[in-house]
Design a protein around this ligand. Structure first.
Ligand SMILES: Cc1cc2nc3c(=O)[nH]c(=O)nc-3n(C[C@H](O)[C@H](O)[C@H](O)COP(=O)(O)O)c2cc1C
Length: 186
């Protein structure tokens, strides 16, 4: 029997990511768990309006989304605990600039860069709709077909109700509906 625990925000775990953006001409990093997919080429990043990062995203119209792995979790947790309003977080991660001008974390195994195509302001949040421009994946995390192997990317997941970071479990099964469709399409 299920117990009704009320209006709980319970749609977890979610992948936790570090958003990178240039703010006042320096990289700034912020940890974000409220990310989502809104179409086949666009994602949503939800940032509380007072965050320092929002200023740079609005000004430059671009950001990077870096999946967190266990090796970088301490640093990721740190950039989620202090604000760029008070602390310069630019040197927390070694980074490379994308050709579109956004900082990308070197030790992240998967980084997406994208441009802002819309901002949906809701309650106290700027919900940035980001169209994907490029996707960088550690070659060691690509399988023989050149596809992303998420067991090797090993993204950290976040559980907000318990304030815990979780690891990914293994493969449970194959998604036959999509696999069969691809076969019949080819
Ligand atoms: C695990 C975790 C997840 C977080 N997820 C979000 C989020 O989805 N949206 C958000 O606005 N802030 C989120 N935060 C809070 C920001 O990372 C934090 O307030 C940060 O210091 C803001 O930095 P900034 O002011 O430099 O942008 C999260 C923090 C942690 C620790």
């Amino acid at each position: 029997m299920k117990k009704n625990i009320g209006k709980a925000l319970a749609l977890y775990p979610t992948p936790v990511v570090v958003i990178g953006a240039m703010v006042n001409e320096r990289p700034n990093w912020v940890l974000v768990a409220h990310v989502g997919i809104v179409s086949h080429d666009s994602v949503l990043v939800s940032l509380a309006k007072p965050h320092y990062t929002n200023e740079g995203i609005r000004e430059n119209g671009r950001l990077s989304i870096n999946l967190v792995n266990a090796n970088m979790l301490d640093k990721a947790d740190y950039v989620g605990s202090v604000s760029g309003h008070k602390v310069d977080k630019s040197d927390v991660f070694a980074y490379t600039m994308s050709k579109t001008g956004v900082p990308m974390i070197d030790e992240a195994r998967l980084t997406i860069t994208g441009k802002v195509v819309d901002i949906y302001s809701y309650q106290n949040f700027d919900n940035f709709i980001i169209q994907i421009e490029e996707t960088f994946v550690d070659e060691a995390a690509l399988n023989e077909e050149g596809k992303i192997d998420y067991t090797k990317v090993a993204p950290v997941l976040f559980d907000f109700p318990n304030y815990e970071y979780l690891s990914l479990g293994g493969v449970l099964g194959q998604c036959l509906s999509f696999k069969d469709k691809r076969k019949s399409d080819s």
